[in-house]
Write a protein that binds this ligand. Structure first.
Ligand SMILES: Cc1ncc(COP(=O)(O)O)c(C=O)c1O
Length: 289
């Protein structure tokens, strides 16, 4: 693991956050999860744009601005020095009083961590993971907008815990209206009658960068795709269901609530996975070296 904290790479044992940081006390902050593929940082500028938008939504000042965040991400990835890596970029509100008031925090804090991450075991990445429908709903935008990638992941963590306690790999999260939003840390796609479907972000999903990449690749590959509200029935009727995320990557789903979904063949997911693999080789910010 490599950690960048308050201006540079620090020894892992010295990478500590003060207890009065409002990221710790209140989950007041934002983050990005990114990946290095083939020594290239994938869609760095898209991640920085999403981070900047979240910062604006929460009136949070990124230390050093977007340039500071870009520098931290690249320096951490270079220090980790691997062909493949997961990068976590975090901006917390910083140290302040014990009260919730963000105006008591004069300086936001920028942290970047590079490490390996594997969300599901390799055999599940091939065979398909199991989902349960969580009783934890994604909050509506006027409560806590799921499009802001904030440090408030309690809702997601509780959904994941519920799934694990039920013996499943992952949670399917619905919005307050009962439409599918996403999984705990990944977007969802289904294929129905040859059309790729994914819920619109306004149904309670993060505007995922892997999701957007796959929608762009689907257009290039001539695969029909729609962003529209879907329910559990659409997943039972689907020929393929899969999840996407920087941490998770592209993950087939084998069952939902104890029912097998999709078939053993996943031609659309495979076509898109191949196109995505090619994209990760061609695109991205090179780490050099
Ligand atoms: C809640 C949530 N949804 C979806 C995603 C996928 O987004 P991205 O593809 O940008 O990583 C993530 C992040 O990994 C997430 O935390």
């Amino acid at each position: 693991m490599k950690v960048w904290l308050d201006g540079g790479i620090v020894e892992e044992e010295l990478a500590r956050i003060p207890v009065t940081d409002h990221g710790f006390l209140y989950g007041d902050g934002i983050f990005e999860g990114m990946r290095v593929y083939h020594r290239k940082l994938f869609r760095l500028e898209d991640h920085l744009t999403r981070l900047a938008t979240a910062a604006r939504a929460l009136k949070l000042e990124i230390p050093g601005g977007i340039g500071g965040a870009r520098k931290a991400a690249l320096e951490t990835a270079r220090a980790f020095d691997r062909d493949e890596a997961y990068l976590r970029l975090i901006v917390s509100r910083g140290e302040g009083s014990l009260g919730v008031d963000p105006t008591t925090c004069p300086r936001a804090r920028l942290v970047c961590i590079a490490d390996e991450v594997r969300i599901y075991p390799e055999e599940k990445m091939r065979a398909g993971i199991s989902l349960i429908t969580s009783s934890w709903r994604r909050p509506p935008a006027d409560v806590l907008d799921p499009r802001v990638k904030s440090l408030n992941y309690l809702n997601n963590a509780m959904a994941k815990l519920e799934a694990r306690q039920c013996g499943a790999d992952e949670a399917l999260m619905l919005n307050a209206a009962g439409h599918i939003a996403e999984a705990s840390v990944a977007n969802l796609f289904a294929v129905r009658e040859g059309t790729l479907l994914t819920p619109p972000a306004t149904d309670g999903a993060l505007e995922g960068i892997t999701r957007r990449s796959l929608l762009e690749l689907a257009a290039e590959e001539g695969l029909p795709a729609e962003q529209r509200s879907i329910g559990r029935f659409d997943l039972f009727a689907a020929s393929e269901v899969f999840l996407t995320g920087s941490g998770a990557r592209i993950v087939p789903v084998g069952s939902l609530d104890g029912r097998e979904i999709g078939g053993a063949a996943r031609p659309v997911m495979e076509q898109l996975s191949d196109a995505f693999e090619r994209l990760t080789k061609e695109a991205g910010t090179p780490l050099g070296g």
